[in-house]
Design a protein around this ligand. Sequence first.
Ligand SMILES: [Zn+2]
Length: 347
Amino acid sequence: MPRVIDIHTHVFPHYADLAVAAMDRSGIELSVVLAWHDGFGEGLQRHIDAFAKYPGRFITFGNVDYSRINEPDFGKTAAAQMERDYAAGMRGLKVFKALGLGYRRPDGRYWRPSDSELDPIWAKAGELGIPVLIHSADPPNFWEPVNEFNFWNGVLYGEYAWWTYYNTGQPSANELLGDRIEMVARHRGTTFIFPHCAEKADSLDCAAEDLDAHPNIVYDFSARVPELARSARRAAHTREFFTAYADRIFFGTDVIFDDTNVPTGQQAQILYQPGEIPLNGADPRERYIETTAAFNISNIEFITSSKVQISPPFKRSIAPFEIYGLGLPEDIAAKILHQNAVRLLGL
Ligand SMILES: [Zn+2]
């Protein structure tokens, strides 16, 4: 079994034991937990305390308090809080897509990653020597009509209907991604992790050019395996890209252990609608561990094996699809699965 570090998970502190069980069953030695909006001050401390019971298994990335985003000097206040949070054990900063798609100024304009008021936050991360994992935009399909031509048509309804930005007036993916690049270029002393293959899993040549132009960014490929490998052609292109940039690609799953999904016995990241898969009397916690482990293993095998996964544990299109394994050589796989994370996190 290869050594594996998962750079992208969300574990509510009271589910630490559940996460450890799923990690053990799927061979993941360490998970980076990205706090769920409350990763500062007392909320961060709850994370750190819960995960301290499992030495060597978790690293915590925190958040800044965006409820204060419209207060004067927000950037400076947030940067000062980051210093205290770093002292408490925070080892990275997680920024959600709400920066760009959600938070607004009093006059209605959306806050954007490149807004200069936020610069003290990005600069502080560089000063502290911690990475910033910043999710901006979403897959391009989220801006397209949800019809039979949309690859995400098996997800973007019901529980996840709010993920579609088609005709909503929210900023476009290109506006947001260009904006993030502009910010990153101003902060060369800070390392930025762009999750989800920078939302360019459908355009890997552009993804490669961004890596060439900006030495301070790296990618995780969490939650984008179907985009990267749902056809033999996509997998071949991904294999070439992952090989060429093996030092800058990180393994991540984006598994989510939260209160809306654990009782359903389904791993949230598989994106089932609530109640879609009946429990039929099974123990929800056991089912949750099982579905999470299956999801983790699918992500690992995408890297290590060249087998084709029929009915992989990802919901995307209504039409069925397969995952073509990359079957990367051991040395390349080792970089992506754990060596890059060891280096970045200073383990
Ligand atoms: Zn995530």
